[in-house]
Design a protein around this ligand. Structure first.
Ligand code: AMP
Ligand code: ZN
Length: 665
């Protein structure tokens, strides 16, 4: 046997044992024997570096250090999931699914919702190429070096896998491993970690991969994306992936109806406490990929999946005081300050009370003993009052009438739940809030400038709006508290660098009410520059995909304000990006302006996602259901029969893929 053969043989053997131990849970050799073989391989590899291989079992011990995780754009977006908490919501979802699919038969794959950090793993020719965190869904951090150390992530696959695909999986930290880590921390005099989920997520971002290797992380597979996959349902995929070497939890079940889904939910609602890791619900997925494609996605989540959340954990505690926060839009949020209580692994001190109605509805009062629950959200909520514990001298909560920050009388628009402080230009948290939003990571992402510095700069009278940031000088900054020469320079450089931030993020940064990240992207794409957007009427705005009355009105109102125009003019002069770049404009036309398309069926020349992109790039609008507003239905093979019927009934033209491609040629 040559050295090379010897190395290969050891690798194959160790891979096999790894898989048996970490994926199948059926080891056939002792840990000691395994370690000896691994050491032997390590020694051989060290002596013969020419045979190094990134999929060798020795990389599991880690060692690579990553200083800065590179940002990687996901080839396929990583979506979130819509949540539901009741059978009624599940049935509503099923109804929606059936309506879009035209009442065809649907079966569901039910899986548990693993509570960890999501990851996308790219495999090419059966080898792990890259592991990227979810990030914001569009792009995440390349954490490959750390992922390689997780033993249940196969570095090399077996069997008949597709040439290239992305695995979607959850990295979890099993409870006993988590407890062990904490015991060790406590005996070292360190604070214990809060909960397994945050620790799993934090582990992926450790710079030293050998530290990651020491943590008992596991990788649980739940999804796959890619082209030319040789299976057509979610359930089939799960069993295939298991054959290739992934860890796929056993619980998954194929259900023929929502009543079977409910049985699954009810069973696991209690049984989950016997699992080695935390779960917070069930994910119900339409089983057929063809139907999944037909259903598509909303701005945030697939229409073909639903997370059914288990009932949250609940705690009882004392409400000490109700205070009020003023947001950047002037919205007032009442906050419950609680006697600290442990809930689902974290200490809870505050809970949002949402608005005046919520307080009145639950009759929440200072001094009450309240029930606190933690659902899917990060901020816990109060769901009720223990009246038997109410102090005798208690009186109903009187909601504040004046802004706690600036004293202005609050107002509340008809139909809105929130009170607002109307003093936009004079109310400190609104002024600093707008600037803080402008500099935030998803907007202008200004390096060297944080929220506290914004408050300081405002307090010192150096800035009153975000345009003022661009005229700050070193001389102004230097005398400030805790401002060294270096940090003043960093701040000024960070501000200067932000003029290259693309238009859609500048638009988001302006802080127009209801214009979040996604809406800003849609508006930038539809109008291409700020002048066109400023000239748009409410009616015009409404024709843009996903822009409704509330958003359209808010945009128009924003640009009506003289002072907003002034600030934008200043920002233009400072060189900020107020139009899409040449690159972004490439391939974009107005050919389909004013036309709405519904896409249905399977296509030959282009994928469905591509087709939709063509429609949008050429100024058209994509809609999921046929109505009198539909201009064309682009139909591929297997168009849903009910869709065809509806189109015929409304007299809407059904065109082929080729017809469509000709339209935009
Ligand atoms: P959320 O972050 O609450 O919107 O939920 C979406 C996340 O649930 C995904 O990004 C996954 O990381 C996670 N997840 C856990 N288990 C599953 C599963 N079985 N199927 C799909 N997603 C899952
Ligand atoms: Zn105010």
């Amino acid at each position: 046997m040559t050295i090379k053969e010897k190395i290969e043989a050891l690798r194959t053997e160790l891979r096999e044992h790894n898989h048996r131990y970490y994926v199948l849970d059926t080891p056939t050799i002792s840990d000691f024997e395994f370690d000896m073989k691994l050491k032997e391989l390590q020694a051989l590899e060290e002596q013969n570096p020419e045979f190094m291989d990134a999929t060798s079992p020795t990389v599991r011990v880690g060692g690579a250090v990553t200083k800065n995780f590179e940002t990687v754009v996901h080839e396929e977006r990583m979506y979130s999931l819509d949540n539901s908490y009741s059978k009624e919501e599940l049935l509503d979802w099923e109804k929606r699914v059936l309506r879009i699919l035209g009442n065809s038969e649907v079966s569901f794959t039910c899986e548990l919702k693993y509570d960890g950090a999501s990851i996308s793993l790219t495999y090419e020719n059966g080898e792990l190429l890259r592991g990227v965190t979810r990030g914001d869904g569009f792009q995440g951090d390349d954490v490959t070096a750390n992922i390689r150390t997780i033993k249940s992530v196969p570095l090399r696959l077996q069997g008949d896998f597709p040439p290239k695909f992305h695995i979607r999986a959850e990295i979890v930290l099993p409870l006993d491993g988590f407890d062990k880590m904490n015991q060790e921390r406590i005996s070292n005099g360190e604070d214990p970690y809060m909960n397994p989920r945050n620790t799993a997520a934090g582990s992926l971002k450790l710079q030293d991969s050998s530290l990651v290797a020491e943590r008992p992380l596991e990788c649980l597979l739940y999804g796959i994306t890619g082209k030319n996959l040789n299976f057509s349902t979610q359930y089939e995929m799960l069993s295939k992936a298991k054959e290739w070497g992934f860890k796929v939890p056993e619980a998954a079940k194929l259900c023929k109806s929502t009543s079977e889904v409910m049985e699954f939910v009810e069973y696991w609602d209690t049984e989950r406490h016997n699992l080695p890791y935390e779960t917070d619900g069930v994910v119900v997925k339409v089983n057929s990929y063809a139907q999944q494609e037909e259903l598509g996605y909303t701005a945030k989540a697939p229409r073909w999946a639903l997370a059914y959340k288990f009932k949250a954990e609940r705690a009882t505690t004392l409400l000490k005081e109700i205070t009020y926060q003023v947001g950047r839009t002037g919205a007032i949020t009442p906050v419950a300050n609680l006697e600290p209580v442990l809930l689902a692994g974290t200490t809870v001190k505050r809970a949002s009370l949402h608005n005046a109605d919520q307080i009145a509805k639950l009759d929440i009062r200072e001094g009450d003993t309240v029930y606190v629950e933690k659902g899917g959200e990060i901020i816990p909520k109060i769901i009720g009052v223990d009246l038997s514990n109410r102090p005798v001298q208690s009186s109903a909560t009187v909601y504040i009438k004046y802004c706690p920050e600036c004293g202005t009388e609050l107002n509340r628009k008809a139909g809105e739940a929130q009170h607002f402080c109307p003093n936009e230009t004079g109310c400190p948290p609104q002024i600093t809030g707008r600037i803080q939003h402008f500099i935030s990571r998803k907007a202008m992402d200004i390096e060297g400038l944080g929220s506290e510095t914004v408050e300081l700069l405002f307090k010192e009278g150096l800035i009153t709006n975000y345009a003022d940031l661009y005229t700050l000088t070193k001389e102004q900054l230097m005398p400030l508290e805790r401002m060294a020469e270096k940090s003043a320079e960093n701040l000024i450089n960070g501000v200067a660098a932000s003029i290259n931030i693309p238009f859609e993020r500048v638009l988001f940064g302006l802080g127009i009410r209801y214009v979040g990240e996604t809406v800003a992207k849609k508006l930038a794409k539809a109008y291409k520059n700020i002048d066109a957007l400023m000239a748009a009427t409410t009616t015009e705005l409404l024709s843009v995909d996903e822009i409704g009355d509330r958003i359209a009105e808010s945009v128009v109102n924003f640009f009506k304000e003289e002072k907003n125009i002034e600030i934008i003019d200043r920002l233009k002069r400072y060189g900020l990006q107020f139009s899409l770049t040449e690159e972004q404009l490439e391939g974009q036309t107005e050919i389909l302006k004013g036309q709405t398309f519904v896409v249905s069926g399977v296509f030959e020349k282009v994928g469905r996602a591509e087709l939709k992109k063509y429609i949008e790039d050429n100024g058209g609008k994509v809609s999921t259901s046929i109505s009198s507003k539909t201009s064309y239905v682009v139909a591929g093979a297997n168009m849903g029969p009910s869709k065809k019927e509806k189109a015929d009934k409304l007299g809407i033209a059904i065109i082929s893929e080729d017809d469509f491609l000709n339209m935009i040629q």
